[in-house]
Design a protein around this ligand. Structure first.
Ligand SMILES: *Cc1c(COP(=O)(O)O)cnc(C)c1O
Length: 224
């Protein structure tokens, strides 16, 4: 199937109304992105700052770029002028820098708090207690250039669907608890970014509002 067909199939047949598709284009050339763009798609995700910045300069300006990967504090400045949503806000220090760079650019930057829900040690993210500590802090409450839109998480890479489901369910619970304890009066706290090519169906069942799909749309990536 073509990229265009895959995009249309996903947006029109797979995803329930209200769920957003972030088309993940890492390692893929601009031509592939343009094919999806010409099919009407505008939300694209990259996991590396350099690649994100290069593609931003090469491609149409109305694309909404999502930074979905691990983000180092010293690189926030490169994406702050244009990024649409940062999915991987995973440390108090990173949020501090995001606020600072937002201020410099006079833009309120949308972020998702990334939670560590997987069994694997290597996945980044807050645990709930750390996130609450940050949300309770005066420092965080003083940020005027960050808007927290919700949460993000990645499940363990496993064939055990029960395990994946319970991790996604856990993220859904975290979202609900934070919503009621910190964001009850903030309707823009409304996003749960979970689900990739191999586990999006489970993520949707567990309440995902935003799936990040790469290989099912653009084909397998060359390992490099
Ligand atoms: C690569 C990537 C995806 C998409 O992965 P696929 O398996 O190709 O759908 C989603 N989220 C993040 C954070 C990624 O790095």
């Amino acid at each position: 199937m073509s990229i265009q067909k895959n995009i249309q199939w996903f947006s029109q047949e797979v995803l329930p109304a209200g769920v957003q598709l972030v088309a993940v284009t890492k390692t893929k050339p601009p031509e592939d992105i343009l094919e999806a763009y010409h099919a009407g798609h505008r939300d694209f995700g990259e996991n590396k700052v350099q690649e994100l910045v290069d593609k931003y300069h090469q491609l149409p300006q109305d694309i909404r770029w999502h930074m979905i990967g691990h983000l180092q504090s010293n690189k926030v400045k490169y994406i702050a002028p244009f990024v649409h949503l940062i999915h991987g806000a995973d440390k108090p220090k990173l949020l501090k820098i995001i606020d600072k760079e937002g201020k410099k650019n006079d833009r309120v930057l949308d972020v998702l708090l990334q939670f560590h829900i997987a069994r694997e040690e290597t996945k980044f993210g807050f645990d709930e207690q750390e996130a609450r500590q940050m949300l309770d802090s005066d420092e965080f409450r003083g940020y005027n250039f960050i808007r927290v839109r919700g949460v993000m998480g990645m499940a363990t890479l496993t064939g055990d669907t029960g395990q994946i489901r319970s991790e996604f369910r856990h993220l859904g619970q975290i979202f609900k608890e934070l919503k009621s304890d910190y964001f009850a009066d903030q309707p823009h706290f409304d996003q749960i970014s979970m689900g990739m090519s191999h586990d999006y169906a489970l993520a949707l069942e567990e309440g995902s509002t935003m799936v990040r799909i790469g290989s099912m749309i653009f084909g397998p990536r060359n390992n490099h």
